[in-house]
Structure formats: structure tokens, C-alpha cells
Design a protein around this ligand. Sequence first.
Ligand code: NDP
Length: 399
Amino acid sequence: MNRREFVRSVGAVSVAPTALMQEPQKPNQENAVQLSQIHGASEQDEKAPGPFLPGRRRVGYAIVGLGRLSLDQILPAFGSSQYCAPVALVSGDKTKALRIADQYGIDSASVYGYDSFERLADNPRVQAIYVVLPNGLHEEYVLRAAKIKKHILCEKPMARTSAEARRMIAGCAAANVKLMIAYRQQYEPHNMALRDRVASGAMGKLRGFISSNSQQQGDPSQWRLNLKLAGGGCLPDVGLYCLNAARFLSGEEPNEVSATLWQPKNDPRFREVEASCSFTLKFSSGFVASCSTSYDVHKSQFLRLEGEKAWAELSPAFGYHGNKLRYSQLQGEVETEFTPQIEEKNQFALEMDHFAECILENRAPRTPGEEGLRDHIIMEAIYEAGRTRRSVTLSGSPV
Ligand code: NDP
């Protein structure tokens, strides 16, 4: 039995006993915090369903920023995780945070404000800090977490710029702590199955990729539409999924980008950020990815890969639930279409468990800071291409 099998079978790990957690409690839904809707009225509710499964002994996470993603996805996902438990909360709203702590069985003494963030250093139950704040605050909180020597899982997009991303990587390296960017699609079973199919050679060489990730934004006052807090509009928020999928599924890096940006002057939502962006990534192998993203169309998220020998499609591609994979395969001279039944798993739980395993086994995460930095370099080239209406060349190895 290797170490990982041992950890899985008995839940015992060779870290300080103070860092090991009891099973997380089933959340108490009475008195739960309700958040307002930010998407357009036509978009569906995306709250995670139960069940909240019992766990074993856990790596303790502090969740920083108690907004929609934390409340609707991340905190419920602990109930499906194997190795993690929420043990501390950081929020600017103490009343809300105490209610959520009560709901998830977190000690009220482990609820912090942003100004008392550094006190997490003295909480031995916290091994990882999960930064779930607006993008413009990621750099500050990742660097503050690194200074107090905690490992960090940071939401996507990693930052606002490649310069911020580089400082975050350097700060974590200097403090000798792990940094992982939360690219949940790289832990999601349908996306993983497609990546494995490409890697197996079943599709032949990849030639084309078409993808869209768009949604209708509602509330014009939200931080996503504020350049300082968001770093950009639909591109870094949802278009990033198409960009990252093109790189992650192909295993290749683009060397040229072209783009078109659209920012309507008469819509109060888009005073500071783009409403839509279409971009094309060219790769030296001949692979071309055509992507589009918008904050002003009804939710649409798919990708289609075209190889020499087959096509494959994920639709939806980037959902929290319900992703579907279809692909073609030549059998003799007959082309058959397959829709494999892939078990749906909570991708946030898989992602947090991966980081927990990296901490427990002292391994590098699969989506480290460098993965986020690559996307920022490419997004900067996309903005430049959109502004100048010219193709922008990237060096083969962008990091
Ligand atoms: P929300 O606006 O719902 O929540 C952000 C939270 O950050 C707030 O509730 C607040 O928490 C805290 N906060 C601190 N300072 C500010 C500020 N100046 N303005 C607004 N909020 C502030 O955002 P989301 O939860 O949707 O997004 C958070 C991060 O997660 C972003 O980086 C986003 O890109 C990413 N994300 C990732 C997704 C994924 O699928 N991986 C999906 C959705 C978002 P408090 O009141 O506790 O202080």
C-alpha cells in the first residue's frame, strides 16, 4: 500500500495532529445567508445541491471573501471533499461571517476581518488559505498569506495583469509556500476525459477549436464591471475558460493572437470594461482556436475540437453541473458518435482535494501560479490585438 492509498483508506496523515480536522458538520440551513442576484433575470440559478457527505480527517482551509462563489459552491463542496474542511473565515461583514460559521460548524473564534487577516498565522488548524475575493484584491491577499507562511489556493483569474501574477509567484516562492490557481475545469471529469482522449491520439493531430463562454450580466454596480476591481470585462472572467481550455486540451502554447473587442458607449454596464471579445489563437502546429465571450448574451458555453481523425464536443463545457461530452470515432469506414456516461463529481471538491494532497505529500499543484501567468500574458496580447486591430506575436514559451 503506497502512502496515497494509505491516506485514502484510513484518513491518517503524517502532519501535526493539530492540523487534522474532525469530520465537517452538516451545514445548518436555517438562518443561512441569502445573496442578491447579479446575473440577468433570464439566467438560471446555479446553487449547488446537497448532499453534504461525511468526511475523514481534513486539511484545514480558511476561506477569504464570503460572496456568491464561496457560499453557493465552495463551502457546500467541502461536504463532497475527501481531504479538506473549512476551519476559518475572513470577511468584511462579521455578522454574515458568524452566521456562516455557525452554519458550517466553524469556531466563532476562527472568524477574522481583513484587518486581522495576519492572525491566521496563529491558527494551527489553517493550512491553506483560499482567496475568493474580487480579482483586483488577489495579489494583496496572496502576498499577505505567503508572508504568514500559509499555502494558497487563489481563484481565477489569478490577478489583473501579468506583472501582478509574477509578483505573486515570486512572493510565494520566497516564502516557500505553495500557490495554486483554481482552474476548476482542469479537475472536472468531462474536461479531463476529453483531454485524455486528445492525449491518447484518438483524434489525430488537432486542427481546430471553437468555443464560447458568455452570460448576461445584470447589476451594473457589481465589481465585475469595475476595471480596478476586475482587471477587465468578460475576457478575464468567462472568456478565460475558452483560452485555458484551448491550451489545456491541446497541451500547446499559442504563438499569435488576433482579436475584436466591443464596448458599447450607451450601456451603463460597460463604461469601464468590454462587453464582448472574439479572439483567435494560432499555434505553431497549425492548430487554430477561435473563441468568443460576452457579458451581453444569454448563457452559452461550449467547445468543439476538430482533429485529423475525429471531432469532440463539450456542451455545456464549463458548467458547475451537467457538462456533456460527445465525440466521433471511425470504426472501419463507419463513423460512429459516442456520448460516454461520465460520473459527475463536484469539481470544487476535486480541486480542493488536489491542493490538499499537494500539501500533505509536498507535491507541486497541477495548476500553479505559472499557469495563471501564461493566461495573463496571452490576455494582454488579446487586448493589444483588439486595440490595435493587428495580430500580436507571442514567444513560444511565454513564462
Ligand atoms: P462576489 O462579489 O459574490 O463576492 C466577493 C466577496 O469578496 C464579497 O462578498 C466580499 O465578501 C469580498 N470583498 C472584499 N472586498 C470587496 C470589494 N471591494 N468589492 C466586492 N467584494 C469584496 O464575487 P464571486 O464570489 O462571484 O467572485 C470571487 C472570485 O471568484 C473572483 O475572483 C471570481 O473571478 C472568482 N469566481 C470563480 C468562479 C469559478 O467557477 N471558479 C465562479 C465565480 C467567481 P465579504 O462580504 O465576506 O467581505
